[in-house]
Design a protein around this ligand. Structure first.
Ligand SMILES: Nc1nc2c(c(=O)[nH]1)N[C@H]1C(S)=C(S)[C@@H](COP(=O)(O)OP(=O)(O)OC[C@H]3O[C@@H](n4cnc5c(=O)[nH]c(N)nc54)[C@H](O)[C@@H]3O)O[C@H]1N2
Ligand SMILES: Nc1nc2c(c(=O)[nH]1)N[C@H]1C(S)=C(S)[C@@H](COP(=O)(O)OP(=O)(O)OC[C@H]3O[C@@H](n4cnc5c(=O)[nH]c(N)nc54)[C@H](O)[C@@H]3O)O[C@H]1N2
Ligand SMILES: [Mo]
Length: 758
């Protein structure tokens, strides 16, 4: 590479992921957020049998009783919540909302934990403290004056099963299925696609499966940052010489090399382990074509040599194979190569490795789901696994990397805008009211209803709704049109400041904190990515004596809204066992919930495909047909169009910015960068470090993001990447996967030009 000009805050990162850099970063996170005496104790309680579940990610622990698993980003999530910083009412008295809106997302949350329930005062443009009961009474009054379908009940996936269950019970008794949910922006294609393929919308592997896998294919996820405890698993697999094939448009350091901080020798010798055995820089949005290429090659191998497909499995357990195979035949290699950005020999090489492996796991994340063909992508992964019977045997299966630490659990206990009849019937029989059956709004539909003036109130159980959604220039103003905004949160964020006619911010307990109710100290439960349900109990003194638990806040609003409620809210909140009893009676798989949750490690929810049972309408697993590769080849290959990927930095948790670095990608102290392939820079007449403007193509409305610094980066040619949430201004709200409603956050057609401003 020729010598490049120096760009402030941009320098290549040569080390492995993990290692000493990760230990240093952890120490720094602790120093910045916590008094050092309590910090190590808190961290040691993370994911311990009697401790709390890490709020960082949904990757499981071995039976939840391993010794402390080091995880830099888990430590950041914990210290960010357990911080000693506070934002009391005096602070709000001295800072108008207009002035707070000038602060960055990092600055807003870094101010610390919320301490009092707050109400917005329009006259002074400030938030002031309010009594809980007064706030509940007013909210109840407003909600009673609205039609239930005008109210949106948003959930972010950190909420416990108990809080989420009460929340859906409240909204349903009130009269709506409007449950926009962070999952709608995340793994909805998994929830919609996998049931069609294998009858259940969840992953099928367990941690133990990784011990006997012979091949791991990792598509579109960045575990070094987002699921760091998974690095231990990949590290072990690699040291067993298991090939790990990666498909990712960006070179992600942790997928190349990793030094395990738990490995004494690696640390002492500054050594590291390779992770990917082969790394394919697929084009953004090119996975469907790549997967079809691999499967087409497999069919060809079967025709030539035989014994490549698991014919018996296909005959006994699946349907739709002939149409699926015919479609692969009909798809041209030319289109596959154009749409994936990979070559036929590349994909044949993957097919060969796959044909050799007797047990394959495919892991995937947002690089697969956040596309306008997200559901089709997920189904193609299932197809690949079905071809060789990679379900229901040790070491094999599908492994979606879930987002928030309890997003999967929220879904399981009823946060869905499309509830099944069966579930509604159980609620009716158990609770004595008739829940509505009409489908409600998902996240994009909820925001669209707000933009159209059809929604009048938004209640948020956590999260940063407006900032997480696409199209900020339309989404932000929509917040102001609402009659009511209610936000249950640990920390202040921009969505809270986009005030509605009346706005309340309610401070809640976090995972790390002691939750004491009338019936004594409570524990909550969560479900990890592998369908393990286990208990979690915080131990820290709450950030303020005025905090309430999420279940208590939901119950408070419910009591004030529904004076004749059939639900015994106060009793349920006094003892969460009673909430679990209700879950036991209404959600399949939770039989004897209270008993089983008390066993160390918890229990696993039923996953029929692991026993080769397929709860699809036909009772068989179903192959899919994706006919879009030709169109993808045209769209992805179009001249002068780049595909924008929006990603998380290493110092970020969704819209929460912990700090301004992205260590493994070599970006420090800034987030205003656009990652570009060297050849694309040259074709645009640009150099590393030039300032650029980005414009969204193929949309009627003009959308710009100006003055980013373009930097040369190993990324597939034709793909560019910028950080979320800043880049959300560029994404049209209706640019979604039609089947699941998930925004196409990872393949926005854009043009890039030298910045107009000097
Ligand atoms: N520390 C930390 N942990 C987190 C989060 C966090 O923000 N910070 N967020 C949590 C949540 S809610 C979620 S959903 C998960 C997210 O975890 P990931 O699924 O890892 O999400 P992203 O960071 O969005 O990155 C996706 C990866 O996909 C790649 N990619 C982008 N487009 C494509 C494509 O078209 N094809 C392929 N093959 N790859 C592509 C990107 O280069 C990137 O490496 O992590 C959870 N854990
Ligand atoms: N462009 C682009 N946009 C994206 C994505 C992307 O990859 N690209 N990813 C999407 C994905 S995968 C997701 S999941 C969404 C995330 O969307 P959200 O889940 O809505 O966003 P978060 O940033 O996780 O929410 C952070 C806020 O949660 C609150 N919080 C933290 N802990 C707790 C708690 O214990 N209880 C309560 N009640 N509140 C708490 C704090 O106030 C904090 O400010 O964003 C989506 N948006
Ligand atoms: Mo997510």
């Amino acid at each position: 590479m020729t010598t490049r000009r120096e760009v402030p805050g941009v320098r290549p990162y040569d080390g492995p992921a993990g290692g000493w850099g990760a230990l240093r970063a952890t120490a720094q996170a602790v120093r910045q957020q916590m008094e050092s005496i309590t910090a190590p104790i808190t961290l040691l309680r993370t994911n311990q049998p009697d401790g709390f579940d890490c709020p960082g990610c949904a990757w499981p622990d071995k039976e939840h009783r391993s010794t402390f698993q080091f995880c830099e980003n888990g430590a950041k999530a914990v210290t960010w919540e357990a911080t000693t910083k506070r934002v009391p009412p005096e602070f709000f008295a001295n800072n108008t909302v207009t002035s707070l809106l000038q602060k960055t997302d990092f600055e807003l949350e870094d101010m610390g934990r919320l301490t009092h329930p707050l109400v917005y005062d329009r006259a002074t443009d400030t938030f002031r403290a309010v009594e809980w009961e007064d706030a509940f009474a007013r909210i109840g009054e407003i909600l009673r004056s609205l039609s239930p379908h005008e109210v949106e009940f948003y959930t972010s996936g950190r909420a416990s099963n108990e809080a989420a269950y009460l929340y859906q019970l409240f909204a349903r008794e009130y009269g709506t299925n409007n449950f926009p949910d962070c999952s709608n922006m995340c793994h909805e294609p998994t929830s919609v696609g996998l049931p069609q393929s294998i009858g259940i919308g969840k992953g099928t592997v367990s941690l133990e499966d990784f011990d006997s896998a012979e091949l791991i294919i990792s598509i579109g996820h960045n575990p070094g940052t987002n699921h760091p405890r998974m690095m231990g698993t990949l590290h072990e697999a690699s040291r067993r010489d298991v090939p790990i094939i990666v498909f990712n448009p960006l070179r992600e350091r942790a997928l190349e090399r990793f030094a395990d901080p738990q490995n004494f020798i690696e640390m002492a010798t500054y050594a590291s382990t390779r992770i990917a055995s082969t790394y394919f820089m697929v084009d953004a949005g090119g996975d469907a074509a790549a997967l079809k290429g691999v499967m087409k090659a497999l069919l060809a191998m079967e025709a030539e040599e035989g014994n490549v497909l698991d014919r018996e499995f296909i005959a006994t357990h699946t349907e739709g194979f002939d149409a699926f195979a015919a479609d692969l035949e009909a798809t041209s290699w030319d289109d596959i190569e154009k749409a994936s950005g990979l070559t036929r020999p590349d994909l044949e090489q993957v097919a060969l490795a796959y044909a050799k492996s007797n047990a394959t796991i495919v892991t995937y994340g947002m690089g697969i789901t956040q596309h306008n063909k997200g559901t089709a992508n997920v189904r193609l992964i299932a197809d690949l696994l079905l071809m060789r019977g990679n379900f229901g045997k040790p070491g094999a299966g599908i492994c979606p990397l879930r987002g928030h630490s309890n997003v999967q659990g929220n879904r399981t206990v009823g946060i869905t805008e499309k509830p099944s009849r069966d579930f509604l019937k159980r609620i009716e029989d158990t609770c004595g009211f008739t829940p509505p059956s009409a489908h409600g709004h998902d996240a994009v539909q909820a925001m669209q209803a707000m933009i159209d003036g059809k929604a009048k109130a938004l209640i948020c159980l956590g999260g940063n709704f407006a900032v997480a959604l696409p199209d900020s220039e339309r989404s932000f103003p929509a917040m102001a049109t609402l009659d009511l905004g209610v936000h249950i949160a640990t920390k202040l964020n921009r969505t809270h400041l986009l005030v509605s006619k009346e706005t309340y911010v309610f401070p809640c307990l976090g995972r790390t904190e002691l939750d004491i109710q009338a019936g004594g100290p409570q524990s909550i439960t969560v479900e990890d990515s592998m369908s393990m349900v286990h208990a979690s109990a915080g131990k820290l003194t709450p950030a303020s004596e005025h905090l309430r638990s999420e279940p208590a806040i939901v119950a408070g609003i419910a009591c004030a809204t529904l004076p004749n409620s059939k639900v015994a809210w106060t009793e349920l909140v006094a003892d969460y066992d009673k909430i679990r009893d209700l879950i036991d009676r209404t959600v399949p798989g939770f039989e004897d919930f209270n008993e089983r949750i008390r066993k160390p490690g918890g229990f696993r929810l039923p996953l029929p495909p692991t026993e080769r049972q397929w709860p699809t309408p036909s009772g068989k697993a179903v192959f899919s047909v994706y006919e879009g590769v030709k169109e993808d080849a045209e769209v992805l290959g179009a001249e002068n169009v780049l595909r924008l990927i929006t990603i998380r930095s290493h110092d970020q948790y969704n819209t929460t910015i912990y700090a301004m670095d992205d260590r493994y990608r070599g970006v420090f102290g800034r987030r205003d960068v656009l990652f570009m392939n060297e050849a694309d820079l040259a074709e645009h007449g640009l150099q590393h470090g030039d300032r650029v403007d980005i414009e969204t193509l193929a949309s009627a409305r003009q959308r710009h993001l100006k003055n980013l610094t373009a930097i040369a980066y190993p990324i597939a040619k034709g793909s560019v990447a910028a950080y979320y949430p800043e880049a959300n201004v560029l994404i049209p709200l209706d640019y979604i996967d039609k089947e699941s409603g998930t925004p196409s956050y990872k393949s926005v057609p854009v043009s890039v030009a030298r910045a107009a401003a000097g």
